[in-house]
Design a protein around this ligand. Structure first.
Ligand code: TXE
Length: 481
């Protein structure tokens, strides 16, 4: 059984806290490792290392920072097979997903921001008539905190760390205590890429202990967080009196709206993916499907037929479509939502039960579930379930569906299927969400802003937006007359 350690100042250290947390394999329910529940002292040690590294790292040339980040990207690619297996075992996701999406994307994050920082420009203004020139300095913030969730472990961990480092900050980072393993491996890779010691420090532990120590640290000047909305609200409240810069990427309850004039075949394939990829545990999954009445009955039959072909199985098997949910408590939570939906007159069209996978009976498996609901105000259409569960219901008009799409506290993403370009643009302008996909889902270009409105968070990641987040703008005004 592996006991993992914190990565501080370029070395793996026994934690100061002597409290250990069990790490479960979701595929079979077995404990296979332990992580430290790092204390305030551990976080302070990580902070001291980061602060000591900052003067040099922040003055390191952009070309050199870029070279190191791209080297990390190459090493992630070179270790792809190993890391994908580690991710799959730790999270329960199908191995093919980890090797085709999660780990390649972690590598892309470092490559992208390694390149982007060399293109990142700031503004200057000629104050005509005043004989003055203004320019904007964009300086790294200092030591920043990055806190990430369990659903896309290395993918989201590096989505924060790579731009933070590219911009010249030093980082204290905490992966989810539920999926710590690939973040643990990242330390060795950073050393091999010769990232200077202390520039990235990784501490492990519970949100309420280690995470809390990071967000309360008076000298960690910015927090980039992805996770639940409740935790996001808590972080906002805790950090407000400390005037920290905040980026919060929180939950979603994303609508997937289907008009009769769409490319039906493409829509059907993609709707299955947007509902169930990663066991539905992606903040961008389309969990509320609205279908134009004229094709509702046909869609219902075709969709359910396709969903029934998805194979629930052990994550390491090639033919597995749906792996294990991340934890026993999460499985219970998702099942609870299914039973609430039934109590509120939702009709289960397929799925709805946990599954015993032969040989791995203690794993946390659930059938992909489709529920027909009567209203958009029912609990399952209003709260984030974060599992392989979608609802479907018909709509009569564009106005009707727009009202339902926006009638939710979240505002992360939305998908619209239509071949009517005018309608697509009209709706894009009215949908309350940070991301709108027309005739596609989860097509990501790393240059674009990423994040949500309403209870889905504040701030944007991605592209130059996140480089702006991780730098402090300073106006310099030179009077030359
Ligand atoms: O998230 P938490 P949980 C949603 C999803 C899920 C729910 C709860 O609906 O069911 O959130 O998931 C750290 N100070 N999403 O409980 O607790 C924690 O250790 C500082 C959506 O797992 O928000 C972990 O590293 N940090 C989501 C990270 O926050 C704290 C992805 C996320 O954990 C902390 C995951 C504290 N006080 C869940 N408390 C998405 N948007 O993609 C916790 N953490």
């Amino acid at each position: 059984m592996e006991r993992i350690q914190n990565f501080i100042n370029g070395q793996y250290y026994e934690p100061n806290s002597n409290e250990w947390l069990d790490n479960y394999c979701p595929a079979n329910g077995e404990i296979y490792g332990q992580i430290p529940n790092s204390s305030r002292i551990d976080v302070e040690n990580a902070y001291i290392a980061a602060q000591s590294a900052f003067p040099t790292w922040s003055q390191t040339t952009l070309e050199e920072r870029s070279r190191i980040l791209i080297k990390i990207s190459e090493l992630l690619e070179a270790n792809l097979n190993h890391l994908a297996k580690v991710e799959s075992k730790d999270n329960g996701k199908p191995l093919h997903l980890a090797s085709q999406i999660d780990i390649p994307r972690a590598a892309s994050n470092f490559r992208f921001f390694g390149n982007a920082i060399t293109q990142f420009a700031s503004e200057s203004h000629d104050s005509v008539g005043h004989q003055a020139i203004n320019f904007t300095l964009r300086q790294p913030i200092g030591v920043v905190g990055c806190i990430s969730p369990w659903n896309l472990p290395l993918y989201l961990f590096t989505w924060k760390i790579a731009p933070a480092l590219a911009a010249g900050n030093c980082v204290v980072a905490k992966p989810s205590e539920i999926t710590p393993m690939t973040a643990y491996k990242l330390g060795d890779i950073c050393n091999e890429a010769q990232l200077p010691p202390g520039v990235l420090n990784i501490v492990h532990g519970l949100g309420s202990t280690t995470g809390q120590a990071i967000i309360e640290h008076p000298d960690i000047k910015a927090i980039s967080f992805t996770g639940g909305t409740k935790t996001g609200a808590h972080i906002a409240k805790t950090t407000a009196p400390l005037f920290k810069k905040l980026s919060l990427e929180l939950g979603g309850k994303n609508p997937n709206t289907i008009f009769a004039d769409c490319d039906y075949k493409n829509m059907l394939e993609t709707t299955v993916q947007s509902s169930f990829t990663n066991q539905g545990q992606i903040c961008l999954c389309g969990s509320r499907i609205f279908v134009e009445s004229s094709i509702y009955d046909t869609f219902k039959v075709d969709f359910v037929e396709k969903v029934k072909t998805l194979k629930v199985g052990h994550p390491l098997k090639d033919d597995t479509d749906i792996g294990a949910l991340v934890s026993e408590s999460h499985l219970k939570k998702v099942m609870e939502y299914i039973s609430i939906a039934k109590q509120e007159n939702g009709r289960i069209l397929c799925g709805g039960h946990s599954v015993k996978v032969k040989g791995f009976e203690k794993g946390y498996y659930l059938e992909p579930t489709v529920i027909e609901v009567l209203t958009n105000t029912c609990t399952i259409n209003q709260e984030e379930v974060f599992g392989p569960v979608v609802t479907i219901m018909p709509f009569n008009s564009e106005d009707h569906v727009l009202q339902m799409m926006n009638e939710v506290k979240y505002g992360l993403s939305a998908t619209v299927w239509t071949n009517d370009l005018q309608r697509a643009i009209r709706m894009s302008k009215q949908i309350q969400a940070g991301i709108v996909w027309i005739n596609t889902w989860m097509m990501r270009d790393l240059r674009t802003p990423f994040g949500g409105t309403k209870a889905s968070g504040i701030g944007r990641e991605g592209g130059f937006e996140v480089l702006r987040f991780f730098t402090e703008p300073k106006n310099v005004c030179i009077k030359y007359g």
